[in-house]
Ligand binder design. Sequence first.
Ligand code: CA
Length: 229
Amino acid sequence: MSHVVVIEDEETVREVLRFHLERAGLQVTALESTAGGLDALNGADALVLDWMLPGESGLGFLRRVRADPDLRRLPVLMLTARAAEAERVEGLETGADDYLTKPFSAAELVARVRALLRRSQPDTPQTLANGPLSIDLGSAEARMAAQRLNLTRREFDLLAFLTQHVGRVYSRTELLDRVWGADFLGGERTVDQHVTQLRSHLGETVGRPAFLETVRGRGYRMRPWAEAK
Ligand code: CA
């Protein structure tokens, strides 16, 4: 789940922002000033920052954000009541990625934040590999050696998730949560069924799977290829 920090001093605006961003499936931390703002940004995926704040202005805070090596590339959307072009330019030159002029619609705000989150994705690797198994996240294709595997969407998601976390054990509940999503109503047997299907796609020998290991009493894990051979 993406985490968005909102800094806005007007309570009604702040709560409206929180409501709509949360409804869009984002985790929100809302602050009324920039005090503690840098700490709140630790691990955040985007910042929605009001320009006019009591104390330090949004622009001043943005300068500090951009001076922090860990936050240099954090997507920032500035909110401004100022429509003056010179000020918008100043915000963008200071390092805002986008801006919205008040008043704005909630739908537009959510769309802009989503666009920022999408644009910041290319840093994550687009292909995963574990020995002869390779996964292209962009085209949603998995291959064993050169052979393309004919997977359902969910089988692909499960295989990609486990390959992303090679060597780590996940319980069935965790896999349901991470791959199927918290609102999925099916039970843990769904995970077992998908693992069985994946093993068949991967050509795994019954009782001696190379990749998808059953860890008794705990769940499943993708074995590192060095260990699987
Ligand atoms: Ca304000």
